[in-house]
Design a protein around this ligand. Structure first.
Ligand code: C5P
Length: 224
């Protein structure tokens, strides 16, 4: 990690969970804390990048000098990202986006009607934000470097390799288990077209700095 290794770059990064409304008082979300994404946003800012952080609902302070946009649902997140992707040179997707959302959120609170009948929820699939950005013209012509994340319970290397191809990104970063939600440390597996390497267990702050240094080296190589 060298100071200013990302100078001149514009990072757009997603972090945290999304919240998919069922009705005005209920919704579906997950346990993503947003810590890894926020740590990367901070490290990238400290490395000289201009950073825009699109954050789902999390209780974390905004890193100094980072432009933060708060969103709720996956659709909100996609919209916020697509509005800003064209101006970015680097996109990192750390958000734990809900795979599905209720097909239609009820306008009023769903009430127990005393009949013992349970409400039935119908789901539709959410857009894949990372895949959408990675397939945009800006990324396809090489002006936007895209990085994805993967949280898997088993066979991480296999899943991360497949996910890298499926999402169409040059770099896929796997969270090495056990589940790291909310914890302050982690270990990462970096998978690219040539193979993989591990960043051993460390604080999310240290890992974020190592990842930023790794990505900066890839970007520098590309522009050589
Ligand atoms: O497919 P899966 O959710 O495992 O992929 C994880 C990666 O894709 C993460 O980088 C995550 O931020 C991104 N993703 C996304 N939009 C989705 C689902 C995942 O950007 N709807």
């Amino acid at each position: 990690f060298t100071p200013q290794c990302l100078a001149g770059h514009k990072l757009l990064i997603t972090a945290g969970p999304t919240f998919e409304a069922i009705d005005p008082v209920r919704g579906i979300t997950n346990h993503s804390s947003g810590k890894m994404g926020f740590a990367i946003a901070r490290a990238a800012r400290e490395a000289g990048a201009e950073v825009t952080l699109v954050a789902g609902p999390v209780h974390l302070p905004t890193p100094r000098g980072v432009h933060r946009i708060n969103v709720k649902s996956a659709q909100n997140m996609l919209e916020a990202v697509m509005q800003r992707a064209q101006a970015a040179t680097l996109f990192i997707a750390t958000a734990a986006v809900a795979d599905w959302r209720p097909a239609a959120a009820a306008e009023q609170k769903i009430k127990k009607d005393g009949s013992g009948q349970m409400p039935v929820l119908h789901f539709v699939e959410n857009p894949d934000i990372l895949a959408t950005v990675a397939q945009s013209q800006h990324a396809l012509v090489g002006d936007l470097f895209c990085v994805g994340f993967a949280a898997e319970s088993h066979d991480l290397l296999q899943h991360a390799t497949a996910k890298r191809a499926r999402k169409g990104v040059p770099l896929l970063v796997g969270n090495i288990g056990p589940a790291t939600f909310g914890q302050d440390d982690n270990a990462l597996l970096l998978v690219d077209a040539h193979g993989h390497r591990e960043l051993p267990r460390a604080s999310k702050r240290e890992l974020a700095q190592q990842l930023v240094a790794d990505i900066a080296a890839r970007l520098a190589q590309r522009s050589d």
